[in-house]
Design a protein. Structure first.
Length: 587
């Protein structure tokens, strides 16, 4: 199931990374071909120039120099053109790989949210999506591509080098610079690369948490303490970056030293060939430059291999998310969804994984069109858990949750959510315009439909109060909106949803009494055409509810209509009297 949802094969990390690269090998192969051609053109340019200068020193006729002159012009023009084509091909392959990896990551997150992500920090997930995926995708263009190009180019140069002595010296130098130096860099960079990737994730998580909670940090005087932690994380990240750079520098130094000694050895071994007239004297300068330019392809390999440690660490962090099992699995052959006009719970029980005590036990009710069911109870009684089960954020036991008489486990989660909508207590407002947030509930809504939803929720008055009306930027997480304005936006979104069953989880939290009464009155109006489940701490406004369930430690302790519960001497009646005495939240 993970394989299907992510688009990547479920295999070990190294094979997973190769599996991600495999669909783009053709494009990377084309980029490698252009890179080899660029390197060959550069080598040919230097060698031809050296031969031309050496031959010109002998003062031959102009005709004898024509071939060299044409060669210098040709290779001088060809090299930048081939370099451009190589960059075009490699960037195309890398960007396509990046799009695939990020899309796979997001496709994985969708079925994991919110159940499997409650223990994940938002900043760390962002780091995995951006930095870790970037480290993985760079493995193709910075390691695989240079390695393949260097191998082919080295074989071509070995074939073009005259005499066994110079050829052997060149091959040994290339092996030292292309294998020994990169392996040394990779080994030295293994630990700092892992610290770099993990430290970056921690730092980004700290920064995101700090930005989101900046007002609270300032209010409680913890801003300086948080800044100190960020500074410590930054110092640790910088130390890891120095470690990676040091490993790359050691490998580059070994490769450079190997290149210098190879040039010297190649020239010395070629001198006897000149003395024996096996090669011409004017070719000696070209051979020296040929040995020097051979290392253009391999001198970058230590840096490339040093980055492989970061790529592997990033791949491990990405696959940690890709391999998480979703809390809800769609059936292989989902049943067709009905109209969604009746939602029923039959002895619903639920226990969070790893928790000893169930959060819900034997909960039963029926919710259908034109009916408002209220659920009340103390904090921790299982109200929000119930709401999350109804929209299949978590999986209910078989046969305990029915939509139009069908077990929701036989339906696709997306189909259930198209019939049962949830306005969560943690209602999120995106950093966009007021209108863009509204139409998020139904992207294809017409102007008439959005205006009708806005009028119903009183959001049109909010838009009129804002400086730029519907185009007003509401700020990150709706920072420019008051609590009441946010709730009106949520109510307008609920109206715009096409789901026949709606769940409101604490829609009046943190509102004053006037705004609370207005919002609840509109929700009751909405219940005339929809089935509404209202989760709230407020009790006095529930007189119009068709039924009220009182939850205590996950069990239904009382149920009935408002008047009946209020006349009794149970938990609801006592809490209602306490609320009327002036305590706004009796539970």
């Amino acid at each position: 199931m993970n394989e299907a949802r992510s688009g990547l094969p479920k295999t070990p990390v190294s094979r997973r990374a190769w599996g991600a690269l495999e669909p783009h090998l053709g494009r990377f192969g084309l980029a490698a071909l252009f890179q080899v051609a660029t390197l060959a053109s550069g080598a040919a340019l230097l060698v031809t120039s050296a031969l031309l200068l050496s031959k010109a020193a002998l003062r031959p006729g102009l005709a004898a120099l024509q071939l060299g002159i044409v060669g210098v012009r040709f290779f001088g023009l060809a090299r930048p053109l081939l370099r451009y084509l190589e960059r075009l091909a490699s960037h195309d392959a890398t960007l396509r790989l990046s799009a695939r990896l990020r899309a796979a990551f997001v496709r994985t997150l969708v079925p994991l949210a919110p159940a499997r992500l409650v223990t994940q920090r938002g900043g760390d997930l962002l780091s995995r999506l951006l930095s870790d995926v970037e480290a993985l995708e760079n493995a193709g263009v910075r390691a695989v591509l240079p390695l393949a190009s260097a191998l082919v180019f080295a074989l071509l140069l070995a074939a073009a080098t005259p005499g066994p002595g110079p050829t052997l010296a060149l091959l040994l130098g290339l092996l030292t610079a292309g294998l020994l130096a990169p392996a040394l860099s990779a080994r030295l960079a293994r630990r700092p690369s892992r610290r770099l990737i993990e430290g970056r994730g921690r730092l980004e998580a700290r920064l995101v948490d700090g930005v989101r909670g900046l007002a609270d940090l300032v209010a409680f005087g913890r801003a300086e303490a948080h800044a100190k932690v960020v500074e410590e994380e930054s110092a640790a990240l910088a130390a890891a970056q120095v470690g990676v750079a040091r490993a790359s520098g050691v490998g580059t130094g070994v490769a450079t030293l190997a290149a210098d000694w190879t040039v010297v050895a190649t020239v010395l071994l070629a001198v006897p060939l000149v003395a024996g007239e096996r090669i011409r004297g004017e070719h000696l300068a070209g051979l020296a430059l040929l040995a020097l330019v051979a290392f253009e392809a391999v001198v970058v390999l230590p840096t490339a291999f040093a980055s492989l440690g970061a790529a592997r660490a990033g791949a491990e962090r990405v696959t940690e998310i890709l391999d998480l099992p979703p809390a809800v699995e769609d059936p292989d052959t989902p049943a067709p969804v009905g109209s969604g006009m009746r939602l029923e719970a039959r002895g619903l029980c639920f226990r969070y994984p790893g928790e000893p005590r169930p959060v819900l036990e034997d909960v039963s009710f029926v919710l259908e069109l034109g009916r408002l069911l209220a659920v009340v109870g103390a904090t921790g009684s299982g109200k929000s858990s119930l709401a999350h089960l109804l929209v299949r954020f978590w999986e209910a036991p078989p046969g305990t949750l029915l939509l139009d008489g069908m077990d929701v486990r036989s339906l696709r989660a997306a189909d259930v959510r198209s019939r049962v909508g949830l306005l969560s207590q943690r209602f999120h407002v995106f950093g966009a315009s007021l209108l863009e947030n509204l139409v998020l509930a139904r992207p294809g809504a017409t102007s008439r439909e959005t205006e009708e939803a806005a009028r119903f929720a009183g959001l049109d008055a909010v838009a009129a109060e804002l400086g730029q009306g519907w185009e007003t930027f509401v700020g990150e997480q709706g920072a420019r909106l008051s609590g009441g304005q946010r709730q009106r936006l949520a109510l307008a979104q609920a109206y715009l949803l096409e789901a026949p069953i709606l769940i409101f989880d604490e829609p009046t939290a943190h509102l004053d009494r006037a705004a609370e009464r207005d919002i609840l009155a509109r929700i009751f109006d909405l219940a005339h055409a929809r089935g509404v489940l209202l989760i709230t701490h407020r009790l006095a406004a529930l007189e119009g509810a068709a039924e009220i369930l009182v939850l205590e430690r996950g069990r239904v302790r009382e149920r009935g209509r408002f008047a009946d519960l209020a006349r009794g001497d149970g938990f609801f009646a006592r809490a209602l009297r306490t609320e009327r005495e002036g305590i706004p939240e009796a539970f």
